[in-house]
Design a protein around this ligand. Sequence first.
Ligand code: ASP
Length: 307
Amino acid sequence: MLTATRLGAKILQSGGSALDAVIATISTLEDHPLFNAGYGSLLNSEGNVEMDASVMSAEPVSDAMPKRGRKSQQVAEDDYNVTAGAVAVISRVQHPVVLARAVMERSPHILMAGVGAERFARSCGIQLVKPAAMISARARERWRARQQQQAESAAEAAARASMGMEHGTVGAIAIDARGGIAAATSTGGVPGKLFGRVGDSAIIGAGTFAHGLGAASATGQGEAIILTSLCREAVLALAEGSPDAIAREAIGEMIDATGAEAGVIILDRRGRIGYAHNAASMQVARFDPAGGLRHLWLPPIGAVRRQ
Ligand code: ASP
């Protein structure tokens, strides 16, 4: 995580865009087998990789800021050009987030899925790999262990389920020196997912969102994140509060509405960062010019609310 975040930070420090920074960070994490994204993605119920990813960018329109008479957190829709791209259930692309960016920049669409998305990748010069090349030994091992569990009695399986989900989805958010804001997310999905299932990481507004107010990326039970439009709700709430408070509120509301596990990272247009989750664990790496590069292991907020 530190290596990937350092790469993003270098891009920002040398005047690069928030969009380039989040894509470089996520691509690096997609290559590492410890994460549930790209190579190392969890396998679906049939033992195959099906990956989702998305990216969203809010670019300031050069003459629009700052406007007089406007409160600091007030942002008008026409101050920013907002664009997004996403891919779902793809098996043959090494860096799904790069394909999501290609959908954003090189197609008239926002979300492309499956074989059509892979054919589009080829037309953009993105090399296709064999689906087996995306399966790590660890992912195969976890899939086998899960198959075994499913053969056990329902009571044993339920006891195991309460021990928490396996996550490992990756997300990145950034703001650059010109005020450009971006978010990106990539995942292999939830363990045991059915063939063809699409999660929140492919859904703009659910797993990923960027706006003139800020950006967010989510992890956790995708169905709950989609139901609560977690990232969009959280980013729009930045008009009223700090990223830390908003992250806690967003996860609290998600728990109340669904009882599921999720986490969110969020930043505002002042570069302030917030995060919260109610899973067994969540880690973040962050960079800002004052604090430098740091890695944090975050305690869950869920304990009190879930009682
Ligand atoms: N949110 C992802 C999904 O539902 C999984 C995760 O974050 O662990 O596909």
